[in-house]
Write a protein that binds this ligand. Sequence first.
Ligand code: HEC
Length: 160
Amino acid sequence: MQLKYMMCTVVLSVVTAIPLVAAAQDWRNTASTDKKLDKLVAVMPATGNIMIEMGERYKNLYWAAKLGQWEFAGYQAEEMEELIDKLKITRPGLTKTANDFLRNSYPRLPQAIKTRDWDKFSAMFENLRSECMACHSKNEHGFITLPIPKRASSPVLELE
Ligand code: HEC
C-alpha cells in the first residue's frame, strides 16, 4: 500500500512537472525584453529570404501580364514594392541601393501595367530585370542573374 502510494506520487509529480519544464525553456515567456529583442532581430527575414519571394513574384508578374491577368500583375507589383520596403528595415545596409531601385526603376512597373499593353509591358520588364540585376552587382551578387521566366508558380495562373 505504502509503495503503491509512493509510485503514484512519483508518476503524478513527473506528469505535472512536464509543462512547467517546457514553459521554463520557452524564451518567449521567460527571457528579458532585451534578450527577446535580440532574438527577434536575429530571426528577421534575411535578404535571401526576401529575394526568394521576390523571384516568385517576378515570375508571376511576367506570366500574369502575358496571360492578360492585369489585376493580378498589378498586385504582384505592389507586393514587390513592399518587399523592398521590408528589405530596408531588415537589412539597413541595402537602403541606398534599394532606394535607387524604388525611385528610378520601380515606378515604370505600375505605369506599364496600367496600359494593359503587352508590348509596353515587355519593354518595361526587360528594363526591370536589368535593374534588379544591377542591384545584385552593386551588392556583390552579380552572379545572380534573372532570365525571362519560362514558367511561374502561382496556382492563380494555372500554368503548372
Ligand atoms: C536593393 C538591392 C536589390 C534589389 C533592388 C533586388 N535584389 Fe535580388 N538580391 C539582392 C541581394 C543582395 C541578393 C543576394 C542575397 C543574399 O545576400 O543572401 C539577392 C538575391 C536575389 C535572388 C536569389 C535568391 C536565392 O537565394 O535564391 C533572386 C531570385 C532575386 N534576388 C531576385 C530579384 C528580383 C526579381 C529583383 C527585382 C524585381 C531583385 N532581386 C531586386 C539585392 C537586390
